[in-house]
Design a protein. Structure first.
Length: 211
């Protein structure tokens, strides 16, 4: 069982997870959730408030009840469906397997760089000093799910990641890092060199020379 599956099962075993599971199926009112899970209305509201703060659920269009004012319904956000889906990781890893069988290493590397450029298309190139641009580029890596820090040594700025958001594919196909390398290069406006650890537990690392 992979870590994503273990996390999903642990989450769904909690009360908040049970609420999210219901709301992924349909938009429900507080009363409906309370009835389905045998909870009080106040307990459900407390959990929903926490889930809303975390961006996991949102209020839907009010649902007209039989009497009184319309009852608010809640549903899982699109971000929740993406967060709890295992399909992206599995499909991307298998896609890389197929591409590596049909393309040469050079072709695959070029494809990954093209992917990085496409990822950067909707990102405004940062202005400011190179340090400021590197900091914003590190923010892009965090948007992909990485945890980063920036180091400065011997005239080089290094974006170091703790873990890898694409680790499931990188373990077998280090060319994947080329897409992130190109994304960061476009964001910084200068060449970024990938120096990642592609081992069993991949770690991101990207270097750019200080101006």
């Amino acid at each position: 069982m992979n870590s994503v599956t273990r996390w999903n099962r642990k989450f769904y075993a909690s009360t908040r997870g049970r609420i999210v599971r219901l709301l992924r199926r349909a938009a429900l009112t507080v009363d409906q959730i309370a009835r389905d899970l045998h909870l009080t209305d106040n307990a459900v509201r407390a959990h929903l408030a926490s889930l809303e703060r975390d961006g996991l659920v949102e209020q839907d269009v009010p649902k007209r009840g039989s009497v009184g004012k319309p009852a608010h319904t809640y549903r899982a956000t699109d971000e929740t469906n993406q967060l709890l889906s295992r399909a992206y990781v599995v499909v991307f890893a298998r896609l890389m397997d197929v591409l590596s069988e049909r393309m040469s290493p050079i072709e695959l590397q070029g494809l990954m760089q093209t992917v990085g450029k496409r990822l950067a298309q909707d990102k405004t190139r940062a202005s400011g000093t190179r340090r400021e641009r590197v900091e914003r580029a590190a923010g892009l890596l965090e948007e992909l799910g990485g945890a980063t820090s920036i180091e400065s040594q011997d005239g080089v700025l290094r974006i170091r990641g703790y873990g890898c958001p694409l680790g499931a594919a990188v373990r077998g196909h280090p060319e994947v890092c080329g897409s992130v390398e190109m994304l960061l290069s476009e964001a910084v406006g200068a060449p970024v060199r990938e120096c990642c650890d592609h081992g069993e537990r991949p770690q991101c690392c990207f270097e750019v020379a200080v101006e």
